[in-house]
Design a protein around this ligand. Structure first.
Ligand code: PLP
Length: 367
């Protein structure tokens, strides 16, 4: 059976991006597969990453980590959004490393007395995850019942490499590492780099880099770092959908809810079988689809299950034809970057929000 839409994921692109990132950093790579591998599929991408040379996997949630383990992932896994009250015993049982940001979570883990593996997260200036106000108190803790594998932090502005906040965060990181050493704790792994820092801040690689968006072949920020192609990355996801129907309409036709658009000439409209329930942003304007070797822009508002594109007066497209919603851009199709810009958002959100009713197909792209 053919689907009405599919997200095609080229796993060879992921493998290529992983080897590029490893060669750039020269240190171990943690492949970030949180949020269903940025919409690409947690298990397939987790297993692909392991096969393609990733040394670690990283996720936000404990559930994500356990799911990877039960599906056969063997490399180390770090989960970093695991609040107090979580099932730390299960984490230990599945050999999952846990990031610790609070004394409360540390105490719960320590009380298990199983030498659970932890990475201490420190806040070096982003004011999000990591120890900050509790740090001095935490340094007095008894570390004898846990195995401190790592200490890490996260950059707020790695996609703006010239910003002083990057060097300030590094200095703060180094001083917190030294403070931990002063109480006798020497974690073997120090890590702070995300994709943007891996690509642009080579002095910040330490022992491990944590790459998400770049592993999927997307630029962390097109404006400041350039497009994926210029970075040597290969976008792994191509999103395509079928034209539910094609119809001729006269100039002056209202299109869609609230009659938010009106045709300015006689034309053909194509109804694309995807909508905001599938992750197409309702506010998207200025993106569209690729068919017959050219772009057909969105006209009117995106609906829940469908949106309308202007195919132009000369089209030969018919109902049932495939259109490319976004791809790697090499043939002129819209990219996830274009969809981000058209939606007051970023490529991260575009791929991550592709909904669960869109099947992920692991195969090369089609045109
Ligand atoms: C999401 C995340 C990353 C990956 O960020 P990218 O910009 O996608 O490379 C790295 N580290 C942490 C802690 C994260 O939450």
């Amino acid at each position: 059976m053919e689907h009405r839409a599919e997200a095609r994921v080229d796993v060879s692109a992921i493998a290529s991006n992983i080897s590029l990132l490893k060669s750039i950093s020269g240190v171990d790579l943690l492949a970030v597969v949180k949020a269903d591998a940025y919409g690409h599929g947690l298990i397939e991408i987790g297993l692909t990453s392991e096969k393609s040379g990733a040394d670690w996997l990283g996720v936000a949630l404990l559930e994500e980590a356990i799911s990877l383990r039960t599906h056969g992932v063997n490399i180390p896994i770090l989960a970093w959004l695991v609040p107090p009250g979580s099932d730390f015993r299960a984490a230990h049982k599945h050999n999952i490393d846990i990031a610790v940001s609070t004394i409360k979570a540390f105490n719960e883990i320590s009380q298990l007395k199983v030498m659970a593996r932890i990475h201490i997260e420190v806040d070096t200036g982003m004011s999000r995850g990591g120890f900050l106000d509790e740090w001095a108190e935490f340094l007095k803790a008894d570390f004898s019942a846990v195995e401190v594998v790592g200490i890490f932090s996260h950059f707020a502005r790695a996609d703006e490499p010239g910003e002083k906040q990057n060097s300030d965060q590094l200095a703060k990181f180094n001083s917190m590492v030294a403070e931990l050493a002063a109480v006798g704790v020497h974690p073997p792994l120090k890590h702070i780099s995300n994709s943007a820092a891996t690509l642009k801040n080579h002095g910040a690689a330490y022992d491990l880099v944590r790459a998400g968006i770049a592993m999927y072949g997307l630029s962390p920020d097109v404006k400041t770092l350039g497009e994926s192609k210029s970075l040597g990355l290969k976008p792994a996801m191509q999103l395509r959908a079928k034209l539910h129907l094609v119809k001729r309409v006269p100039a002056g036709s209202f299109v869609g809810y609230s009659a938010a658009a009106t045709t300015t000439a006689d034309t053909h409209l194509g109804v694309v079988a995807m909508g905001y329930a599938d992750g197409i942003p309702r506010i998207a304007q200025g993106a569209g689809v690729f068919i017959e070797g050219k772009r057909a822009p969105i006209i009117g508002r995106v609906s829940m299950d469908q949106f309308v594109v202007d195919l132009g007066p000369e089209t030969t497209a018919v109902s049932g034809d495939w259109v490319i919603v976004f791809g790697d851009g090499t043939h002129g199709e819209y990219t996830a970057d274009d969809w981000g810009a058209a939606s007051q958002s970023i490529n991260y959100e575009i791929v991550t929000r592709i909904g669960p009713r869109v099947p992920r197909i692991y195969a090369p792209h089609v045109y």
